[in-house]
Ligand binder design. Structure first.
Ligand code: FE
Length: 350
């Protein structure tokens, strides 16, 4: 075939494609708004495209940026799937009507109900595809394991002057506190928050990794962190990170009671999705063992698919391969979030 006939046949192919329908073009694209940007996720997206022929156009931003963009775009938004990190943020997006409910037998079977939005007659708006646990790290030179066995104990006067956290209003803390208040009730919940504030070694600042480092340096005796931040330090080759890991211990709290708080990274189909079927196909793909390995393991998280365990030496090293996770529906977070923020304002939790 000469170059010109090749070009011509490509033109015919293009015309044929157009003639086939707008549905054809529509079938082959997925617009993904993502607050996750890990290299491992990209390899997974490539596989999705290769196996389905659906090209993924990705818009990356942080959670707040994605929510702002979706609100600005309104009904004209090209977003098909929205990927966010943290149940509190998913709940905010949901309450602002940014998702549409979907029905998927595959997702219903694969993902536990407490890791998805509460189902209605129309279906489910968002689904969790990985979990991370919010654990306690402590300095074994100053704190006994039995004194940090529960979140409730963070308010015990025994830990006076020792507790460190990032901002209380950060979604990771807001989500945890919302579930603690759910367990304790409003009155005891607010008293607990006040007790935590009274025990602080310093005003909240920095991210979770900063809290772990502050425990290692002796500035704090006890801190809260998501498991993957600790896993990153465990996997790090840097001598200073290894030194940090050696100095701290980790506790998966509430093993004897309600279980350790887990949060999620999750996704939902956008309210105005133009490629709805592709979006549902992508959501179902994220629940496949293959994608779960990339999605969860790539960031040292846990898979959400029932019965699926993933081998991760850093998670194993911290005892995270077998723990009791809290089963409070993450939808509860949405219900309690505003109330808990007001409680924090009252007790001076910055
Ligand atoms: Fe994080």
């Amino acid at each position: 075939m000469t170059t010109s006939t090749l070009k011509l046949s490509l033109v015919f192919a293009a015309v044929a494609a157009v003639a086939q329908a707008p549905a054809f073009a529509q079938d082959k694209v997925l617009n993904l708004y993502s607050a996750r940007h890990y290299q491992t996720d990209e390899a997974m997206y490539d596989t999705f495209t290769k196996t389905t022929g659906i090209k993924i156009n990705r818009v990356d931003a942080d959670d707040a940026g994605i929510i702002a963009r979706l609100r600005a775009e309104g009904a004209a938004s090209p977003a098909d799937v929205i990927l966010l990190v943290d149940a509190a943020r998913l709940a905010v997006a949901d309450s602002q009507g940014l998702f549409q409910p979907i029905k998927s037998a595959k997702l219903d079977t694969a993902i536990p109900a407490n890791l998805r939005a509460t189902a209605t007659a129309d279906g489910v708006t968002w689904t969790g595809f990985s979990t991370r646990a919010r654990v306690i790290v402590y300095d074994p030179a100053r704190v006994k394991a039995e004194d940090v066995a529960t979140y409730e104990q963070l308010a015990d006067p025994k830990l006076k002057g020792m507790v460190c956290t990032r901002s209380g209003s950060h979604p990771y803390n807001l989500s945890l506190f919302s579930t603690v208040v759910e367990h304790l009730g409003d009155q005891k919940g607010e008293a607990w928050l006040k007790g935590v504030v009274d025990n602080m070694a310093r005003a909240p600042k920095g991210g979770d990794t900063d809290q772990i480092k502050a425990v290692a340096s002796g500035e704090c005796g006890v801190a809260l962190t998501n498991t993957y931040y600790l896993a990153r330090l465990i996997k790090s080759e840097k001598a200073e990170d290894k030194a940090v890991v050696n100095k701290v211990r980790v506790m998966f709290p509430n093993q004897g009671t309600s279980g350790t708080h887990v949060n999620i990274a999750g996704a939902g189909v956008a309210r105005y999705a133009k490629n709805r079927d592709n979006a549902i196909q992508f959501m179902e793909f994220l629940a496949s063992p293959y994608a779960q390995d990339y999605f969860a393991n790539g960031n040292n998280e846990f898979p959400t698919v029932k019965g699926l365990k993933i081998d991760n030496p850093a998670i194993k090293a911290m005892g995270g391969d077998n723990f009791k996770a809290e089963t409070v529906p993450l939808g509860v977070v949405a219900k309690n979030m505003g109330k808990v923020q007001q409680m924090m304002d009252r007790v001076g939790y910055k």
